[in-house]
Design a protein around this ligand. Sequence first.
Ligand SMILES: CNc1ncnc2c1ncn2[C@@H]1O[C@H](COP(=O)(O)O)[C@@H](O)[C@H]1O
Ligand SMILES: [Zn+2]
Length: 348
Amino acid sequence: MDTEADLFYRLLPKVELHAHLNGSVSSETMETLIKRKPHLNIEHSMTAIRRGQRRSLDECFQVFKVIHQLVDSEEDILMVAKAVIQEFAADGVKYLELRSTPREVTETGLTKQRYIETVLEAIRQCKQEEVDIDVRFIVAVDRRHGPLVAMETVKLAEDFLLSSDGVVVGLDLSGDPTVGHGKDLLSALEKAKNCGLKLALHLSEVPSQREESELLLNLPPDRIGHGTFLHPEFGGSDSLVDKVCKQNIPIEMCLTSNVKGQTVPSYDKHHFQYWYKRGHPCVLCTDDKGVFCTDLSQEYQLAASTFGLTQEAVWMLSQQAIGYTFAPEPIKQRLEKKWAELKQQILQ
Ligand SMILES: CNc1ncnc2c1ncn2[C@@H]1O[C@H](COP(=O)(O)O)[C@@H](O)[C@H]1O
Ligand SMILES: [Zn+2]
C-alpha cells in the first residue's frame, strides 16, 4: 500500500521528457509478448534489471536486442506504445515526449515509415480514448548505424514534422555511446535542426566522449540526455560546463538508469546534485522504465530522499520541466494552468 509520502509523488503532476519506447515496456506487457513468441525462448529475467541488480552499460544494450526480437511487428508496436502511454498516465505524467528508433523488419513487413505511423496511431488512439496525457514523439537515431542511416532518419522525421499535426517534435541521438563518433553524424543533426526539429542528444553518457561533446554542444542541442561526464569532477571540463551553462541547455537526468547501468556509482554521487545546486535546468526522467524497473514517481521520490528536497522543491522541479518541453507555447500555457489548479490540492 502507498504511504502518504508515496502518494504525494504519484499525485504530483509530472512531465516525462526522456523515455525510450522499447525500454519502457512494463513487465505485464512483456509477459504478453513472451507468450506470443514462445519459440524465441526468452525469459523475463532477460528483459529487466531488478531491484539491487546492476549491469554494465554494454549488458544493457544486449537487453534492448532481446526486446527488439519481441517487438517486431506493427501489432506489437501498437500494443506496446498504447500500454506505455497508459502506464505513464496512470503514474501521473501529464505530458510525455516518447522517443523511439524506427526499425525495418523484413519478416513482418515492417518499414521505418510504418513504424513511425504505428506509434503515431497509438498516440491518436490514446487521445481518442481520453487518456489524461499529452503525448509527443521524438524520432531517434541510433549512432551505431552510422551517418547514412542517420540522414535517412532525419529525412523521415522531417516528413513527419510537417504531416503529424505537431505530434512529431524532435530528433534524438542515442544508442551505445562507445560506438561511432558524433562528428560523423554532425551534418545529419545540423540538417535536422535547420528544418525545425528540436534536438535531444545523449551527451557524455560515458567518460570517453569529451571531444564529441565539445563538437555537439556547438550545434547546440535543445536538451542534453544524461551529461554524466560533462563536469570536471567527473572527468569532463570547465569548457564543457561553460558551454552548457551559457546556452542554458536543460539536462535530462535519469538516476536509476545511471546507477543500474553503472555509469554512476550510487544515487548520492549522481551528477544531478552538481547541476541542481548551480540552479541549472534539470529534468528528472526514467530513460527505460521497463528495463530499469522504475517509474517517474519513484525517480522524484529517490531524488528527494537522496538530496533532501522539500515537497515545495519537488513541485518546482516538476513545474519547471514544462518550460523544457518541445511543445508549442499554447500547450505550455495549458500545462502551467493544470499545475496551478492542482497545486492547492496536492501541496499541503
Ligand atoms: C541506458 N542508456 C541509454 N543510452 C543510449 N541509448 C539508449 C539508452 N537506453 C535506451 N537507448 C536507446 O533506445 C533503444 C531502445 O528503444 P527504442 O527501440 O528506440 O524504442 C536502444 O536500442 C538504444 O538505442
Ligand atoms: Zn536514454
